[in-house]
Every structure is written in C-alpha cells, then in structure tokens.
Design a protein around this ligand. Structure first.
Ligand code: SAH
Length: 468
C-alpha cells in the first residue's frame, strides 16, 4: 500500500481546480457534491458547469501559477496538460496535496472510487493502477450496502455521546453492536426513525445485556485463499476479540480478521511442537469466561481431521456457548483448484477421506475396504506415509496403474501438483517442494488439469512405456 486512504475535511478551506473540458467538469461536480468550496481556473475560459454550484464556485481568471495559495487546502488538475504539471510542482513546493488526474507520478494524492451514503463513505483505490477495477468494485459495494446505511451512521452519531454516559465502559462496544445488528438498526434502515428511537430507549434501559458472556466460534479457514471464507466466517472474524489459530491458517486469511483482535498461534511452528490439545481447550474456555468473543480458526474445516469435535466437547463440558462455521476442506479446495471431480458418473461413485499421518496410522487403515475402483480415496497428512499408502493399496489389490495426484498448498498462490500412477506415489510426493499436501487416488485424477497438461509421452515413460 503506497497511498493511505484519508478523508479530507472540505470545511477547512477551498480547493483549487485547474483544467478544462469534461475532465475538469467531472472533478468539479465531484467536489461540489462533496460540499467543497472551489476556485476554478480553466485555460480555455469556458466556465460552463451544467450544475448548480450553490455559491461555492469562484472562477479564477488569473494565472494559477502566480496566484496566492494561502488558505487553499488541496489542488486538483484535470484536463490541464502541461499547466497541470507546472501547477503540481508549485503545489508541492508549497506543501499542498495535489492530484493530477490519471497521472499518479505528478500526484501526491489520488482520488478513489467512492460509494457515497451520506456519513458512510467507502473509498476504493488501486494505487492509481487500475481505475476500471476500482469502479467494478464500487458497483459491487453499492449493491452490498443498504441505501439508508448513512442514516444509521447519523443516528448513532446523534445518540453516541448522550448514551455513552449511561452505558458502562466495558459494555459500550457491545451495546452499539446491538444497536447496529438489532431492532434499532433494522428500524433506521427501514426509514422508521420514531420506532428506532423507542427501541434504542428500551435497549438502554435493559442493562442485563451488558453482562453477556463470552462466546467461542470454531471457524473453518479453508485451504488458504481468503476469498473462500464463508460470509459468516468473515463476519465472525471481523467481530473477534481474540483469534486462536493453527499453523495451517494462511496469513491472507488471518488478515481478514479484526485488526485489533489478539492473535494467538496455538499450532506447531516449524521445528517446535504445539501447546497441546488440553492447553488449547483451557485457553478457549478462559478467554470466553473473560467475556471475550473468541474465534478458533482452523485450516480447512474444523470437523475434518481438525479436532473440532474434541474442542466443542470441552466447551460443552465447561458450559461455554459456541457455534461452528464450516470451511472448505483441503480435498474440496484441491478439487476446484486443479479440476479434480471427486465423483464422476459411472467412474467414481464414492469418496473416502482418510488420514495417514504416521506409518502407524497407515498401518491402522483397513486398506482392504478401499479396493473399489469406483471409489476416490483422499489422504490427508499423507506425505510422509506415502510409501505405506502405496504398499497398503497395492497389497489390497488396487492396480499399480491407478491414477494419483499429489496436490500441495491448494488455492494458495504457490499451489503445486504432481500426477502419475499409484506405483510412483512416493516419487510424486518427492516432487512437492513443501506441504501441506493431500493425495488423491482414483480414476478421477485423469480429468484434472495437471493430468491433461502432462505431455502424453512423458506420462507414458513414467508408466515404463517407451516409444520405439
Ligand atoms: N481440517 C483440515 C485438515 C487438517 S489435517 C481440512 O479440512 O482441510 C492437515 C492436512 O490437511 C495436511 O497434512 C494436508 O494433507 C491437508 N491440507 C490442509 N491444507 C491444505 C492445503 N492448502 N493444500 C493441500 N493440503 C492441505
């Protein structure tokens, strides 16, 4: 991030606009709509605006390179050509923020795409690199935000001071969240102000709500791509006081959490063991008992090889309220990232997810139950035990030519795949630079993108078939 979004107070003084034609008029409309007082110099002398200026527009016939700049709070150049560059240099010499439209190299600030809902303003920037993308994002945000969201901000603004005296310090944030999320907010967004004020009075008179206990939410972080979080997961993350996360959680996902939330890594770190499951239970319970909104963030889904079952049992035993938000498990992440349909008409009629962390896990697996050729087998934590997985499946009678894929760091920018046949599984695993990775075994792998991309001759030679 090179440009920090800040909001300029337009009551502080006039903005100087230099330029002509439609670009200048567009900037003028923006500035006037935002309530600015504008001094405008158009080199072509055409000051036709086409908009009501409410007396806030002053036309400047003098050379803007020679005028007094005292009191001006910002300079905007649009459709000003070389004069714009000279003006920008002058503004910089005076320490004034300056924007030259579409020329970030001459600008000390850039104007974002804006969603304007009165007091609620969303600014979208791409560092000046991709204005079209910013506009697309704006359209999306426009559809997300309720029309009266600005009214809600204004409503809270009116009541915040008077009511904050009534509500105890520690309960204040929770109180206003109840305003936003509960019946008060709903009434404002419906345009029913009187009803909203009545609901607000009722809420303020019910201090029972200030003693709300803490709450734990188990959230599935998915395999890595933060855009794969569910809407609910995102909301919970943004609402968290404290986040206990595993080493598998990508930093991109963690960054979607509330900025002020405390983050605690409870998983293993490279070369260091984790704190242990019992210690994790204790931490969750203690944090909830302190009244915190606790998020337990786990890679993939909490209930797929995630020990989520044990954690909710511990919470139940401790009488802590909790909820579970699902995540995309690694198998499904790999399926979409590499186009591996886990089932396929007539080819793959069932799926088994299994774990083979250690040799002894692999020994505990009943491989004989996995001989069905129409079954896709997905192995979690199977990198080290790959030779045992191969041995188990071959001994049970699966063909050494069964297609297999090793899919690593799926949905992350550096995801990697190695595809081949069961007989070569350990060699394929060795091609993987770094975990985590899952193994997918079954006919369906032939549909995957890496399989299709493979040079057929290479594939044949990996099968031991040489060309004449
Ligand atoms: N709860 C997780 C699984 C935890 S077990 C889930 O639902 O996905 C840890 C194993 O998950 C890893 O050893 C690996 O086999 C798999 N895994 C997790 N994230 C992965 C990723 N981004 N790419 C490939 N495999 C992953």
């Amino acid at each position: 991030m090179r440009f920090l979004p800040v909001f300029l107070d337009l009551h502080a003084g006039p903005v100087l606009l230099v330029g002509q034609g439609e670009p200048a008029r567009a900037k003028l409309r923006l500035l006037l709509a935002a309530g600015a007082e504008v001094r405008w110099h158009a080199p072509d002398g055409n000051y036709e605006t086409g908009v009501a200026d409410a007396g806030r527009l002053t036309v400047l016939h003098q050379d803007p390179l020679a005028i007094e700049l005292g009191g001006i709070i910002a300079v905007v150049c649009a459709g000003a050509g070389e004069l714009g560059h000279a003006m920008a240099a002058r503004a910089r010499r005076h320490g004034l923020p300056v924007n030259v439209m579409d020329e970030p190299e001459h600008s000390s600030f850039i104007v974002p795409a804006i969603v304007d809902r009165g007091d609620v303003v969303v600014a979208i920037g791409t560092g000046g690199a991709a204005p079209v993308l910013a506009r697309r994002l704006r359209e999306k945000i426009e559809t997300l935000l309720p029309a009266r969201i600005g009214d809600l901000a204004a409503f809270i603004g009116r009541w915040r001071k008077p009511l904050s005296r009534e509500v105890a310090d520690h309960a204040r944030r929770r109180f206003w969240e109840q305003v936003v999320d509960g019946p008060v907010g709903a009434a404002v967004l419906e345009g029913r102000q009187i009803e909203a004020e009545r609901a607000l009075a009722e809420l303020a008179a019910a201090p029972g709500d200030t003693s709300v206990r803490g709450f734990v939410t188990l959230v599935g972080a998915g395999p890595g791509d933060p855009d794969l979080l569910t809407v609910k997961a995102l909301r919970v993350l943004q609402d968290a006081d404290i986040i206990f996360y595993d080493e598998l959680v990508s930093s991109a996902v963690l960054d979607r959490g509330r900025r002020d939330a405390t983050r605690v890594l409870v998983g293993r770190r490279v070369g260091r063991p984790g704190i242990g499951q019992d210690a994790i239970h204790r931490l969750l319970i203690e944090a909830a008992r302190c009244g915190q909104r606790v998020v337990r963030l786990k890679g993939g889904d909490s209930f797929v090889f995630g020990r989520g079952g044990e954690e909710v049992a511990a919470l139940r035993d401790a009488d802590i309220p909790y909820a579970v938000v699902p995540g995309i498990t690694a198998a499904l992440g790999a399926a979409s990232a590499f186009e591996v349909p886990l089932t396929y008409r007539r080819q793959a009629l069932r799926i088994t997810f299994l774990t083979a962390h250690q040799e002894r896990d692999a020994e505990a697996v009943d491989w004989g139950a996995l001989t069905d050729e129409k079954m896709t087998v997905v192995v979690y934590m199977g990198m080290t035990a790959a030779p045992a997985v191969r041995a188990g499946l071959l001994a049970a009678g699966r063909s050494p030519m069964t297609p297999v894929g090793v899919f690593a760091r799926v949905t992350r920018p550096d995801q990697q795949a190695a595809v081949g046949v069961l007989d070569n599984l350990p060699e394929l695993v060795a091609e993987i630079a770094e975990g985590p990775a899952i193994l997918v075994i079954g006919e369906v792998v032939t549909h995957s993108a890496p399989w299709r991309a493979n040079n057929p001759f290479e594939l044949l030679s990996s099968l031991g078939i040489a060309a004449e």
